[in-house]
Design a protein. Structure first.
Length: 244
């Protein structure tokens, strides 16, 4: 058979086809594994985001397993130490997520993403109603520090323009050096209760993760099938040609 394939000029095309099909099927299988992982993650997020909130101290004890955990914390908002994270709202357009240190009873700090404000309200003086001065309780979702992507802009602490969560840099920019402790994650405050004046608007955590892995898997499998079909048509034509 090998000699026949070689004689018809099909040996190397057949080998390349087998290699290409194996690679395409491998990519499809990888996407199916990613699909299972993503579906598990979406289910876990949905469960955590709607569970009863746990005290902040309990969340801290969970070490790294806190992403999207519903957490509650009480303290005083240090409104004069706001950090502004660039954001985009589908209705309001470009704006900012206002992240504020919450001073806890023991003097420690947890950063709270209080929510979105449009660009024209970035100046805190324009939304004084939404800056409570007494003791507050915050309920929201825990979010771990981020790792920036290749195209993520660098945070600029001097201009107070932030693009990704870097708790260490945030603490260095907004807090005194003798701050006793800083919680190593951020709390995204929920929409309710709404702030007086309506801003910042909480509930900014995106819970709908993109999940196109099945589509990608079917694409790879379809390409594998197309590859086989093209080779089959080519091979039939060659096979029917008379020998030399």
């Amino acid at each position: 058979m090998l000699s026949k394939l070689r004689a018809k000029g099909l040996l190397w095309p057949a080998a390349m086809t087998l290699l290409g099909v194996a690679m395409l099927i491998g990519l499809g299988n990888w996407q199916m594994r990613r699909l299972a992982w993503k579906e598990g993650l979406i289910a876990a997020i949905a469960e955590r985001a709607h569970a009863d909130p746990i005290p902040l101290v309990d969340a801290e004890r969970r070490s790294g397993d806190i992403e999207y955990m519903r957490v509650k914390a009480a303290g005083k908002l240090l409104n004069d130490h706001e950090l502004d994270f660039y954001a985009f709202d589908e209705q309001a357009g470009p704006g900012w997520h206002i992240v504020v240190p919450l001073q806890l009873a023991d003097g420690g700090i947890v950063f709270v993403n209080r929510g979105f404000v449009p660009d024209e309200l970035r100046d805190a003086a324009k939304r004084k109603e939404g800056q409570p001065t007494g003791e507050v309780e915050i309920v929201g979702l825990a979010r771990k520090p981020e790792t920036p992507g290749a195209f993520t802009p660098a945070n600029d602490a001097t201009k107070n323009v932030w693009y990704w969560r870097d708790v260490a840099a945030m603490a260095a920019a907004a807090l005194a050096p003798d701050t006793p402790r800083v919680v190593p994650f951020v709390i995204d405050a929920e929409l309710e209760p709404r702030m007086p004046g309506g801003w910042p608007k909480g509930g900014v955590t995106r819970l709908e993760l993109p999940n196109r892995h099945l589509e990608y898997a079917l694409t790879w499998y379809g390409l594998a099938a197309a590859f086989v079909s093209v080779f089959a048509a080519f091979a039939v034509t060659r096979w029917r040609q008379p020998g030399p």
